[in-house]
Design a binder for this molecule. Structure first.
Ligand code: NAD
Length: 389
């Protein structure tokens, strides 16, 4: 059982994770290189808990007790002292993480489990920086951590079963839902959900749909936000960086190739909401308007075709991830619903559409040779196998 949690890195994620742990009754020892960041995190945690009190989700007494359980510590070693679990949520930089894991390993008791909140780096690399690889695991919380229900629990090659069990129990103790996955690039959500944004940009580039049309089609199909609104929110630069990481990790597989249109916008510093303009232009009065016209000469797709293209690409990637042993189909479904807000998981969607229909349409889209990457619609080997028995 985890009762004391050390957290290293008190930025957006570290403070959010601290809030969730404190609300669940755990003691938190929070460390940041920058003492001002730790103080700001303390204020954010207090703000977050105040909001829960205002909503009647917790009492003022429970909030005060939670704040009493938060300790800011100047030394990294102090974050690990007496902790059952330490979660690293510092910069997304392999060298920084390697140093933190080596330092934690030197000071933490031998039983302490060390976790990383990395989104895109290898959990294995963190494990190898320690002499306790069997007690190292990924705990991938989503932003904002106090609101998002999903946590991807990421097992590296030598993660031991008791470490995984502790991590799964810990996530449950926070009132969140865990899915278990292997240490593969993008884990589940960032990989399987990639087609939602990348295919949309390709459609726009090809002239197959406009920003407003594509977003409206997906929103009408039950997605909480169209792909362009989503990219604008994430930041075009941050989103493009995910494309690049996956493109490199998957041996430059075409389906992850960063779209030129988006790279151009990033170069022009049109980064989305944070810069006031991306795929939409954001006015001071709060209104938004599409900022780009559809490109190329492609023929416009219907709403049904737009949604189908994205969903089939997501389904195809889900099958690839499962055949590579990344996660089980039920966990992929849960991850896509809770982590990406999709109205259904990809395997649930196959059940609704029918396996043969999915394979036939993927095949047709591949043959059509639309503007998208050729491998996006090349039927995943396991899907092909199931469909042909
Ligand atoms: P952030 O920039 O908001 O915060 C990082 C904090 O870590 C900063 O306060 C910084 O001072 C501190 N830090 C840097 N090096 C340190 C060190 N050596 N020791 C102690 N503290 C150090 O970043 P973030 O968005 O909170 O992301 C943190 C981690 O969580 C990253 O690995 C990121 O990939 C991952 N993550 C981020 C998101 C997201 O949407 N922001 C979602 C999931 C996972």
């Amino acid at each position: 059982m985890v009762s004391v949690v050390g957290i290293v890195g008190a930025g957006t994620m570290g403070s959010g994770i601290a809030q969730v742990c404190l609300a669940a009754g755990q003691q938190v020892r929070l460390h940041d290189l920058d003492p001002a960041a730790a103080l700001a995190a303390q204020a954010r945690v207090r703000d977050g808990l105040d909001r829960w009190v205002a909503k009647g989700r917790m009492s003022a007494e429970a909030r005060d007790a939670a704040m009493d359980r938060l300790e800011l510590v100047d030394e990294l070693g102090a974050a690990a002292t007496q902790a059952d679990l330490v979660i690293e949520a510092a910069a997304e930089d392999a060298v920084v993480k390697g140093r933190i894991f080596a330092a934690l390993d030197a000071v933490a008791g031998p039983e302490v489990v060390l976790a990383t909140n990395t989104s895109s780096l290898s959990v294995e690399a963190c494990a190898l920086a320690t002499r306790r690889p069997e007690r190292v695991i990924g705990l991938h919380f989503f932003n904002p951590a106090p609101l998002m229900e999903l946590v991807e629990v990421v097992g590296a090659t030598r993660t031991a079963a008791p470490t995984s069990e502790l991590a799964l129990d810990f996530v449950a103790s926070l009132g969140k839902t865990a899915v278990y996955c292997s240490d593969a690039p993008g884990f589940i959500v960032n990989r399987v959900g990639r087609a939602f944004v990348i295919e949309a940009v390709r459609m726009l580039e090809a002239g197959e749909g406009s920003v407003a049309r594509i977003d409206a089609a997906l929103e009408a199909a039950g997605y909480p936000m169209g792909p362009f609104r989503l990219i604008d929110l994430i930041g075009l630069d941050v989103d493009l960086a995910i494309d690049r990481i996956l493109f490199e990790a998957f041996d430059e597989a075409e389906r992850f190739a960063p779209p030129g249109l988006q790279a151009g916008l990033v170069q022009a510093r049109l980064l989305g909401r944070k810069s006031g303009r991306g795929f939409y232009a954001y006015s001071d009065d709060g209104s938004t308007a599409p900022a780009l016209e559809a490109g190329g000469e492609g023929s416009a797709l219907s709403d049904v075709q737009i949604v189908e293209r994205l969903e089939l690409a997501i389904i195809n990637e889900a099958y690839r991830a499962v055949e590579e042993g990344v996660a089980s189909p039920p966990d992929v479904d849960i991850a896509m619903r809770l982590g990406a807000g999709h109205p259904h998981g990809p395997f649930e969607r196959v059940d609704a559409l029918g396996l043969r229909h999915v394979v036939t349409r993927l095949h047709e889209l591949r043959e059509l040779g639309s503007a998208s990457a050729a491998d996006q619609y090349t039927v995943a080997a396991s899907l092909w196998q199931i469909a042909t028995v």
